[in-house]
Design a protein around this ligand. Structure first.
Ligand code: GDP
Length: 478
């Protein structure tokens, strides 16, 4: 953390020139707009009997919320994500569930695809579904620390069984600690087998009650609608066990589910609240952007004035910028505060972005030379035996072209160690490992320093990649 001399002087109610003189006395040469670090600021402030409170920029981006009292908590609608292997029937299942909604039948609103919808069952109970099926949305949210989903419905085709994306979905749901309900789909087909699916899923600790487990399995046909009612009942049963509760009466907060630029309305985002009530006119921060709710729409496209937890709502009124799926959404006391928080977050975002600036990699080499002002590709070679390392070095150096010079900074036998990574980081080089790997410590450092390590077993593969890189044609390594 740092502060400019001018800002510090203002805060200490002193002339900047006086601080500059004092700093010179301490051997620190700075101009009025120069930055000094928090340690220096603390020592300096000490001289004037002032104390320095170091507040990280991150802390300044956090909006304090009031804790709930137990009596504030009321039951809330569960939020469900449907996952499963491609073509096992996620979209069809979402459609079948949507048509079970009694409210849309009555109200005649036109269903809008806003990223989530809510169904109301004949008995009045409600369930919210995220209607971006698949794992991408789920992972995108999880990556941003948002766990929006209470329950995962895993759709498995009763004819095809467990497939790679089925396993991936199970892993993700388990990591997110979201209970899984298995919907065995396509049960209208002759060769569909519930038993087979149960056997396959036992491996993942998903076993039905009849086998002594606790996972709910529901046979369905998304095509005919068979079993959809039972699936919805099972979701409600699971939700009841979870005792989902929230405070609906505080300042609203939740997450962005989806955001887009609407030709007519400008930036529109779908938000799911985890607590509080959202009203038209509320000032808010969503991710690094802010705004003031201009209009709200429900999933039937109807204009509404307020929204409650787990009710999908599309909002407009962003002052600039489109938030991302998974971004935290919070109402603030006024617009000025929302703006202040958003601008601090943008500052932090920029700083973090700067930290992540990629160093040279083979794949981005041609792009980065213009930025780095370096028409030279530098390599550090490590190999299993000195002979092959030498041979590789000579072959690679021959690849230099008129535009790009290829320089091998060092070529030696042995594993890739921390020192190699350090050299690569300071000289913007790439490490080529020929039949050797980095030590765990070296790998860790490489990840931190964003130093690229490429591993090869065949000389011609190295030559091919480097040639492509020089031509700017190499795609990033997976
Ligand atoms: P997704 O990729 O998981 O979203 O799968 P879809 O919902 O798009 O369905 C993939 C294919 O399976 C489509 O051709 C559907 O018509 C078909 N399908 C989905 N559910 C059923 C079902 O219950 N029975 C049968 N016979 N076909 C189904």
């Amino acid at each position: 953390e740092s502060i400019t001399v001018a800002d510090l002087a203002r805060k200490m109610n002193l002339k900047a020139s006086e601080l500059i003189a004092k700093l010179m006395g301490m051997g620190v040469m700075v101009t009025i707009n120069g930055q000094i670090d928090s340690d220096t600021a603390t020592i300096l402030a000490d001289e004037y009997n002032c104390t320095v409170n170091v507040v990280s920029l991150y802390d300044e981006t956090v909006i304090e919320t009031v804790a709930d009292r137990p009596e504030d908590l009321l039951p809330r609608t569960p939020i469900v994500t449907i996952m499963g292997h491609v073509d096992h029937g996620k979209t069809k299942t979402l459609d079948a569930i949507r048509s079970a909604d009694v409210v849309s039948k009555e109200a005649g609103g036109i269903t809008q695809h806003i990223g989530a919808y809510q169904v109301t069952l004949p008995n009045g109970q409600q369930i919210t579904f995220l209607d971006t099926p698949g794992h991408e949305a789920f992972s995108a949210m999880r990556e941003r620390g948002a766990s929006v989903t209470d329950i995962v419905v895993l759709v498995v085709s009763g004819t095809e069984g467990v497939m790679p994306q089925t396993r991936e979905a199970i892993r993700q749901a388990q990591e997110a600690k979201a209970p899984i309900i298995v919907a065995v789909n396509k049960m209208d087909l002759q060769d569909a087998s519930m038993e087979k699916i149960q056997q396959q899923l036992a491996e993942f600790e998903l076993t039905p009650e009849s086998w002594g487990g606790s996972t709910i399995f529901v046979p369905i046909s998304a095509l005919t609608g068979m079993g959809i009612d039972l699936l919805l009942e099972s979701i409600l049963l699971q939700a009841e066990v979870m005792e989902l509760k929230t405070n609906p009466h505080c300042a609203a907060e939740g997450h962005v589910i989806e955001a887009r630029i609407d030709p007519g309305r400008g930036i529109a985002a779908t938000v799911l609240l985890s607590r509080g009530t959202l009203n038209v006119g509320d000032a808010f921060v969503a991710g690094i952007y802010h705004g003031k709710i201009r209009a709200m729409y429900n999933d039937k496209g109807q204009r509404i004035k307020s929204a409650t937890p787990a009710q999908p709502v599309e909002i407009t009124g962003f002052s600039e910028g489109t938030p991302k799926a998974g971004d935290p959404f919070q109402v603030t006391k006024d617009e000025a505060f929302a703006r202040q928080i958003a601008s601090k977050r943008q500052e932090l975002h920029k700083m973090e972005g700067a930290k992540n600036i990629k160093k040279v990699s083979l794949a981005n080499f041609m792009e980065s030379i213009s930025e780095l002002d370096q028409k030279e590709l530098r390599l550090i070679i490590k190999g299993d035996v000195q002979g092959s390392v030498e041979a590789l070095k000579q072959s690679l150096e021959k690849l230099s072209t008129q535009e790009i010079r290829l320089t091998v900074l060092s070529a030696a036998a042995g594993a890739i160690v921390e020192q190699d990574v350090k050299s690569a980081a300071t000289s913007d080089a790439i490490i080529i490992g020929f039949h050797v790997r980095p030590t765990p410590k070296a790998q860790l450092l490489a990840d931190q320093e964003k130093v690229e390590i490429r591993k090869y077993n065949l000389i011609y593969e190295v030559i091919e990649d480097i040639t492509l890189a020089i031509e700017g044609l190499l795609s990033p390594e997976l």
